[in-house]
Write a protein that binds this ligand. Structure first.
Ligand SMILES: NC(=O)c1ccc[n+]([C@@H]2O[C@H](COP(=O)([O-])OP(=O)(O)OC[C@H]3O[C@@H](n4cnc5c(N)ncnc54)[C@H](O)[C@@H]3O)[C@@H](O)[C@H]2O)c1
Length: 330
């Protein structure tokens, strides 16, 4: 099999490329390098620089490399930015996907894995009741970004049914960590890098609200190591290749909640920093608790996360201090 990995120069995509090639699959990266880094693409893996909006370029890449499956990670992913730039997000994430699917069906590529997100659930009712979020939990996205992911799932499923394409939409929960320091996330959009940034500046990290109906009053999330997530892609991709007509929608999480306060305590333990967080008012739209049920992926793919939160923080910190050595204490 040869897999075209769109967004393969990005944080998660680079991990998927590495997991795929280590598992013996051939990979080709397709990326416009808008947020990706070419150096993340390993030697021996071709990099085609192009946008998913460029159907001719995609078609040529599928043909030139005799692609037999696509893992589509290329997208814009910042929730706040999507509120300000909805047209841009719909164009990149939905129109880019439509153009890509058109080329995929024209070339009769049989397998398609799509990067979705827990953002499709929005403020899940299950979370309010303290239950786990299953794939049957109603999807009510609260941002244009989440909407583009849900619309993307619909488009992928409808195309799969109409054109005999095997599909999997993978709903990632909170992704963290790195398989190697040079593959670490360079953005500061998630809790762990946001806390690292504050600690590096010598400023207390912030907790947005400590009066939620959770054990310590701070929001609870489900964190997944990016190396585990990448392994899940390999497993899903192989399932699609082996079983034509597959149509999967799967949460990828650990099924364990960690509060913001617990996370900051663990980050302080790993980094040696001791700054106590300051509590500021709640941010609008933050659900108290979003924790995945990981039962369906365990049943469907026999996949289970191997790494814990300590592994995520340790590996993310190694990547962080590689770029910012001043962050290390002492
Ligand atoms: N990071 C997370 O916590 C998280 C959580 C849920 C879902 N996701 C999804 O995972 C995927 C990868 O996210 P990431 O964190 O690695 O982000 P990233 O920004 O590091 O990677 C995205 C990659 O896609 C490329 N790209 C963007 N638009 C493109 C286009 N139109 N054509 C070609 N290439 C394009 C970028 O250059 C980049 O290399 C995205 O689809 C994102 O929505 C991420």
């Amino acid at each position: 099999m040869t897999w075209l990995i769109t967004g393969g120069a990005g944080y998660i995509g680079a991990h998927v490329v590495r997991a795929m090639t280590e598992a013996g699959e051939r990979a080709v990266v397709y990326d416009d390098l808008s947020t990706g880094i070419a150096d993340r693409v390993p030697d021996g893996v071709p990099l085609v620089v192009g946008s998913t909006l460029d159907g001719e370029r995609v078609a040529r890449a599928l043909n030139d490399h005799t692609v037999t499956g696509v893992v589509h990670l290329a997208a814009k992913k910042q929730v706040g930015e999507s509120v300000d730039l909805p047209l841009h997000y719909y164009r990149e994430n939905v129109e880019g996907l439509r153009v890509l699917l058109q080329a995929v069906t024209a070339a009769a590529v049989p397998s398609f894995v799509f990067s979705s997100s827990a953002a499709v659930y929005g403020m899940p009712s299950a979370a309010r009741e303290g239950a786990l979020v299953t794939e049957e939990t109603p999807c009510v996205p609260m941002s244009p970004y989440g909407e583009t992911k849900l619309a993307g799932e619909w488009l992928v499923r409808a195309t799969g049914r109409a054109h005999g394409l095997s599909t999997a939409s993978l709903r990632y929960f909170n992704v963290a960590g790195a398989a190697a320091p040079e593959l670490a996330d360079t953005g500061v959009f998630n809790l762990i890098p946001m806390v690292f940034e504050k600690l590096t500046e010598g400023v207390p990290p912030r907790v947005f609200g400590d009066d939620y109906p959770t054990p310590d009053g701070t929001c609870v999330r489900d964190y997944i190591h990016v190396a585990d997530l990448a392994e899940a892609h390999v497993t899903a991709a192989r399932r699609l290749a082996a079983a034509p007509g597959t149509d999967l929608t799967l949460n990828i999480g650990r099924g364990e909640g960690v509060s913001v306060r617990e996370m900051i305590d663990r980050i302080n333990e790993v980094t040696g920093h001791t700054l106590a967080p300051t509590v500021t008012p709640r941010r609008p739209g933050d659900p108290p608790r979003v924790v995945a049920s990981a039962d369906r992926i365990a049943a469907e793919l026999a996949w289970k996360a191997k790494y814990d939160v300590h592994d995520m923080i340790t590996s993310a910190w190694e990547g962080w201090v590689r770029l910012r050595p001043e962050a290390r204490r002492g």
